[in-house]
Design a protein around this ligand. Structure first.
Ligand code: PRP
Ligand code: ZN
Ligand code: MG
Length: 225
């Protein structure tokens, strides 16, 4: 079993960030014995354990100090922070670095056949999303009174299924919107993957290890420029 003095890093188990997270760790010199079915991978050359979890769980794991570091999309981080603040829970993380992968945008979209629409069209409409807090904050700021329908997946089929009039979902290539006959509207949030840290982590050994990894991260980024 892992002991507590090993640095714990949470990454996405399967999804848009997993491959890039694994290659980043490799480029940082962290050797891992990854086995598909395992939740935890112990590094063979550094006191590091990598936890592979659902991306939505990563901010909470880092905020609560269950993991010291996490790699997560800003979209997931911002939503989790808003959700926690609402519930009066600690929501702080230290953002160590923005990463150059996982770019996507959270955007509004509606059935193509309706043609272009302005913001006022959303008044009184139902909007399906996996990001209710970000969407609600946006609607409030824009003075739009709309109903937010929370779906954890398959958001793009909501209009066709009659569950909502429009959606607010992640767009990367735009292929999903196109395949579902949806037209893209305003971007609510732009997002990249980022490296986050528990702000109260106080173990000097872990801090020293992070200080060893950060210059390497900078080196990897510069090499790509
Ligand atoms: C997002 C989003 C769309 C898709 C858009 O899902 O929900 O389904 O990506 O990408 P595209 O514009 O390249 O087609 P994601 O892969 O993040 O999975 P998740 O919704 O299960 O988290
Ligand atoms: Zn172990
Ligand atoms: Mg997800």
């Amino acid at each position: 079993m892992s002991s507590t003095n090993r640095l714990r890093i949470a990454i996405q188990k399967s999804g848009r960030l997993s491959k890039d997270c694994q290659s980043l760790l490799k480029q940082l010199g962290v050797k891992l014995n990854l086995r598909e079915e395992r939740l935890i991978a112990h590094s063979t050359n550094m006191p590091i354990d990598v936890l592979r979890v659902r991306d939505d769980d990563i901010p909470g794991l880092v905020m609560d100090g269950v993991c010291d570091l996490g790699i997560v999309g800003e979209n997931v981080l911002v939503e989790a922070q808003a959700e926690r603040l609402k519930g009066g829970q600690p929501a702080e993380v230290e953002k160590l670095s923005s990463l150059d992968f996982g770019y996507c945008r959270l955007a509004l979209a509606w059935p193509q056949e309706l043609g272009p629409q302005s913001k006022s069209w959303f008044q009184g409409k139902r909007i399906a999303t996996t990001y209710p807090q970000i969407l609600k904050n946006y609607l409030k700021a824009e003075n739009i009174n709309a109903q937010v329908v929370v779906l954890t997946g398959s958001v793009e089929v909501a209009p066709r299924a009659g569950l909502a009039d429009a959606i607010c979902d992640l767009v990367s290539t735009g292929a999903t919107l196109e395949a579902n006959g949806l037209m893209q509207g305003d971007t609510i949030l732009e997002s990249n993957a980022c490296l986050i840290k528990n702000p109260t982590m106080s173990c000097p050994d872990k801090a020293a290890l992070i200080n060893k990894l950060l210059p390497r991260l900078k080196g990897v980024r510069q090499a790509k420029e």
